[in-house]
Design a protein around this ligand. Structure first.
Ligand SMILES: [Fe+2]
Ligand SMILES: [Fe+2]
Length: 502
């Protein structure tokens, strides 16, 4: 099965899931392909329900449960092929020693053996009005000892409140056994998901692990300390300066001349500089270098000047307040360029300039999130560095139970930005949830951002929603990749020309 099949299949499955039908996936083994399929499916069902910030939690927990289930199946096969009785204490401990060596040395053999057996792991997903339910089932029962160990581990894990405590405890545990389960419990807890809903039951024929993702997270009901801090931060943001608001208003009037507006801008040197900088930024309106404010206003027109004013005010407020501004803004510039070019090349040239501005502002929330949680991020990076976990905004969102899209939308609302920007900021990770009146621009920003994310190694092509791909006439992965390649090349050429001209 190729990646484009994944796009299609997981889009169909997530539609089915969204309609309330159960979805069942079967695995023999957790190979790269299965992981990719699962990531794609989870990304889509969470996106559709605007819960994407839970993705890393859900994927980590699921991966842990699947790995354990596969291991249990494989253990059963191993014991029967060795003619060992798992219930005999001596044979069990001998068998376990050999089994540990076996799973390390013979990975590919195990995959083949499992495939030829009738033992598989089934993952069930079901949605109702209040929650998502996830079950992972494998075809053998746990031994009483094993079940007891798991129970104790989960109970212990519930007592931890943060990563540091787990880490300290684990340094004594040379085997690191069960760390995955501990972290799963902690992830659920910090995501606002009740860890008591993580259950592992074992009956005669199978073992089943399950957990529940409520649509209304605990952290939404009961705001955490850090959430309150972030919302205060948004409330404290200054509004746009009075002269900018007046200028924005002037741009909408018919009786004001370009000369008048240019003169007004030139009274403010900082504003003049930022109008020039933005008018010259990659791909915005013209390739010609603009040297004076008058020229800028003349070339870009009053409608676009309106946008330049919004963007430069947002930029100056953000850059003076937040240390993480630069990092995010570079990404935003790329996304803005991509968004504009996607619009131009896919028949949406009427909204190309709006797409540019929406792309430029789409991650407003991330600037705030990263700056407000800088210490938290450092701490998490430290603790997770040996765990092959991605340290990203997503992990921070898990810890605070709030997405950067929601934070950004609150900022855009506070500043009374146009509706299309609020929608693009709010739904740039979940375009299918946006108001249909804005679905074109939101999907453009979503695609532009996903392209940039793929370049940064955050996403893969199969995560893309096929409804969006269809909208832009991108039929298969080859087409998506080629289109992305074109857009990226245009951006790099543009940057190169801009650099050599300055
Ligand atoms: Fe984002
Ligand atoms: Fe982004």
């Amino acid at each position: 099965m190729g990646a484009s099949v994944i796009v299609q299949k997981t889009s169909q499955l997530s539609e089915k899931f969204d309609a309330g039908e159960p979805v069942v996936l079967s695995f023999y083994y957790h190979n790269k392909f299965n992981v990719q399929f699962l990531n794609s499916f989870i990304t889509k069902i969470l996106s559709r329900n605007n819960m994407l910030y839970l993705r890393d939690t859900i994927l980590s927990v699921l991966k842990e449960l699947i790995v354990n289930a596969v291991k249990a199946n494989s253990k059963r096969l191993f014991f029967s092929s060795m003619n060992l009785n798992v219930k005999d204490i001596h044979e069990y401990s001998k068998g376990m020693k050999d089994f540990k060596a076996y799973i390390i040395d013979k990975k590919s053999l195990i995959e083949e053996e499992l495939r030829n057996s009738d033992l598989c792991v089934k993952v069930y997903f079901k949605k109702n009005d209040e929650e998502f339910q996830v079950f992972v089932r494998n075809d053998c029962a746990m031994l009483p000892d094993e079940a007891e160990r798991v129970r104790v581990r989960i109970e212990k894990a519930k007592q931890y409140t943060n990563f540091a405590e787990v880490y300290e405890d684990m340094t004594d545990d040379t085997e690191g056994e069960g760390l995955g389960l501990l972290l799963s419990v902690l992830f659920l807890k910090n995501s606002g998901i009740d860890p008591n809903l993580l259950k592992i039951v074992s009956v005669e024929k199978y073992t089943q692990a399950s957990f529940v993702i409520p649509k209304m997270l605990k952290s939404e009901l009961q705001k955490s300390h850090i959430q309150i801090k972030i919302m205060e931060e948004v409330e404290d943001l200054p509004s746009f300066p009075e002269n900018i608001l007046e200028l924005i208003h002037m741009c909408k009037r018919n009786d004001v001349s370009i000369k008048e507006i240019a003169e007004r801008i030139m009274l403010d040197p900082a504003l003049s500089a930022s109008v020039l900088r933005l008018s010259n930024s990659a791909g915005f309106v013209t390739r010609k270098r603009i040297d004076s404010v008058f020229e800028a206003v003349n070339i870009i027109g009053l409608k676009n000047l309106n946008m330049v004013l919004i963007a430069s005010s947002a930029r100056s407020i953000m850059s003076t307040r937040y240390s993480s501004f630069r990092e995010v803004w570079n990404h935003c510039n790329r996304v803005a360029f991509y968004a504009r070019n996607i619009a131009l090349q896919k028949g949406y040239s009427k909204i190309a300039d709006h797409a540019f501005l929406a792309g430029l502002l789409h991650d407003l929330g991330k600037i705030i999130l990263l700056s407000t949680t800088a210490r938290l991020a450092e701490w998490i990076a430290d603790i997770t560095k040996n765990r092959e976990m991605r340290t990203s905004t997503v992990i921070e969102e898990i810890s605070i139970g709030m997405s950067h899209s929601a934070i950004g939308a609150a900022v855009a609302e506070k500043w009374n930005l146009p509706h299309y920007i609020i929608e693009s900021v709010k739904y740039h990770h979940s375009p299918l949830c946006s108001d249909p009146a804005f679905s074109n621009i939101v999907s453009i920003v979503y695609l532009a951002n996903t392209f940039a994310g793929i370049e940064a190694g955050k996403y893969e092509y199969p995560y893309l929603e096929d409804d969006v791909l269809e909208m832009f006439d991108l039929q298969d992965e080859g087409a998506v990749e080629a289109f992305h390649g074109d857009i990226k090349r245009q951006y790099e050429e543009h940057i190169f020309i801009a650099l050599s001209a300055s």
